[in-house]
Write a protein that binds this ligand. Structure first.
Ligand SMILES: Nc1ncnc2c1ncn2[C@@H]1O[C@H](COP(=O)(O)OP(=O)(O)OP(=O)(O)O)[C@@H](O)[C@H]1O
Length: 244
């Protein structure tokens, strides 16, 4: 069997007294898209941070392509699309500046972008259909366009792994379809993708597999099985598919 792209092995994380992850385990093969489903506070963002090496587990281990995550992060291999609430949208950065951040790991010692960096940014903007918005301040985009700008940052970075925290929150159907298509294309090119979402209806279209999180991974498998009402009831405690 090949080395998993992501291996989370019995990871426990506390924030002070709060137990955010409780011996959580998840193994993801390369070039797969996995949907991470769990209620607020179930530990989704913490799991992402552990995979990126931004949170150190109290116990257990994380390996990314068989390596400690910090090494993978240094090699600029992990693209991250944060939750909207985690971004300061008033920051004076253009869309192009945000996408150029993906090139920081590639810049030479002068830290000045070269032609190859500018070309990579232009290509990424084209791919997410934001070329016409390149010079806009990032906060002046719609919810879906903002998400696409961060996906472009990952593309410019050449990320082989993409972690997306709630990419469909505050996003209209068209942007949702564009993001879904893009992620499927990236996975077809070999990228491994982990997506947290409350939008359960979007999951079967997007994901090859799904995992239910409630501080630990309760279940991981094909979306058809994982999204069965009785399994969702176990993670959420109610009939979520029929809400709203
Ligand atoms: N920096 C922190 N300090 C203290 N507690 C934290 C911190 N970050 C998260 N927590 C707590 O850890 C638990 C898991 O939080 P986390 O953000 O990982 O959940 P989540 O599933 O991403 O939630 P949401 O869907 O609301 O974004 C929650 O109880 C949360 O309050």
């Amino acid at each position: 069997m090949s080395t998993p792209a992501i291996l989370v092995d019995k990871v426990t994380v506390h924030y002070g007294e709060v137990l955010a992850l409780d011996s959580a385990s998840l193994s993801l093969e390369p070039a797969r898209i996995c949907g991470l489903v769990g209620m607020n506070g179930s530990g989704k963002s913490t799991l992402f941070k552990a995979i990126m090496g931004m949170v150190k587990p109290d116990s257990g281990r994380v390996l990314v392509n068989g390596q400690p995550p910090v090494k993978m992060r240094r090699e600029a291999g992990i693209g991250y699309v944060p939750q909207s609430e985690d971004v300061d949208w008033a920051f004076p950065l253009s869309v192009r500046d945000v996408v150029m951040m993906g090139r920081y790991g590639h810049l030479g010692f002068t830290r000045r972008p070269r032609k190859a960096d500018r070309d990579a940014v232009d290509h990424a903007l084209e791919r997410v259909e934001l070329s016409d918005y390149a010079d806009r301040q990032i906060g002046q985009l719609s919810g879906g366009q903002k998400k696409r700008a961060f996906v472009a940052r990952g593309i410019a970075q050449g990320a082989t792994m993409m972690l997306l925290d709630e990419p469909f929150a505050g996003v209209d159907k068209r942007s949702e379809a564009t993001i879904t298509r893009l992620l499927r294309e990236l996975a077809a090119d070999g990228a491994t993708i982990l997506v947290s979402t409350h939008d359960l209806h979007a999951l079967p279209q997007l994901c090859d597999e799904a995992a239910l999180l409630m501080r630990k991974v309760l279940m991981h498998g094909s979306p058809d099985v994982v999204l069965q009402p009785e399994n969702l009831a176990m993670a959420f405690g109610l009939d979520v598919m029929n809400r709203g």
